[in-house]
Design a binder for this molecule. Structure first.
Ligand SMILES: Nc1ncnc2c1ncn2[C@@H]1O[C@H](COP(=O)(O)OP(=O)(O)O)[C@@H](O)[C@H]1O
Ligand SMILES: [Mg+2]
Length: 227
């Protein structure tokens, strides 16, 4: 058995101090196997996004440990954490986070630019990712001029451009109509099946959660047996 791609051991996270302190995660443990798809499910405020941010090393827990392929994240140097976030992890958020006045291609190749890939290779890999998402004809359009579904496909192309091991998706269909949301879901699950990309999906959508191999239910910052 290979190491879990990600593991959390009794992680806790609070926001604020004193009377305004809020315990968002109160001791959560989980292991995510390579190639697995897992849904983190719970009501608004249950700690889903906090857990995802910690798993993606976007934030540090107050206590507990995060392991990436068996290595404690605390032992990784900043450069190694940055490389993981940029090259091994892809991100798909509800709010898209595209640069509106940059072109679709420029948005997609941003992680490659950060990784120091040459302009020629950036363009080739960016266009390949756009072709995979059937958006090659939109490469020169400004991101702002796309529909919601097209924007989310651009976000997925950007998440893919570094051949990530894990895609983290936080309410990926939250801003899309049902039909467009289903298309975006299909793309994510195709990538999981065909490219073996591990999926960590935060959602309160029960149907989306049921499409994943496994569900982790959160209630008030702790794992619940079910909702
Ligand atoms: N940066 C922050 N500062 C203060 N409170 C926060 C912050 N981020 C999240 N919280 C609080 O922590 C709780 C869990 O938030 P979050 O993980 O975003 O939940 P979910 O994604 O399940 O809606 C919420 O009550 C939220 O208000
Ligand atoms: Mg959230």
């Amino acid at each position: 058995m290979s190491d879990p791609v990600l593991a959390a051991k009794d992680i806790r996270k609070s926001y604020g101090h004193g009377a305004s302190r809020f315990d968002a995660l109160k001791g959560v443990s989980l292991e995510i196997a390579p190639g697995e798809s897992i849904a983190i499910v719970g009501k608004s405020g249950s700690g889903k996004s906090t857990l995802m941010h910690l798993l993606a090393l976007l934030d540090n827990p107050d206590s507990g440990a995060l392991l990436v392929e068996g290595t404690d994240a605390k032992q990784l140097k900043d450069a190694a954490v940055n490389r993981l976030r940029n090259e091994d992890f892809g991100f798909v958020f509800q709010q898209f986070f595209l640069t509106p006045n940059a072109t679709v291609l420029e948005n997609v190749i941003l992680p490659l630019k950060i990784a120091g890939v040459s302009p020629k290779e950036r363009k080739e890999r960016g266009m390949a990712a756009l072709e995979q998402l059937e958006l090659a004809d939109k490469a020169k359009n400004k991101a702002i001029n796309l529909s919601g579904g097209q924007k989310q496909r651009v976000v997925i192309a950007r998440a893919l451009v570094n051949n990530p091991k894990v895609i983290f998706a936080d309410e990926p269909t939250g801003n899309l109509d049902t039909a467009t949301g289903k298309l975006v879901e299909d793309i994510l699950f195709d990538l999981n099946r065909e490219n073996g990309i591990t999926l960590v999906i935060v959602t309160h959508d029960v149907e989306l959660a049921e499409r994943c191999d496994r569900q982790l239910f959160l209630r008030d910052g702790v794992e619940a047996p079910a909702l």
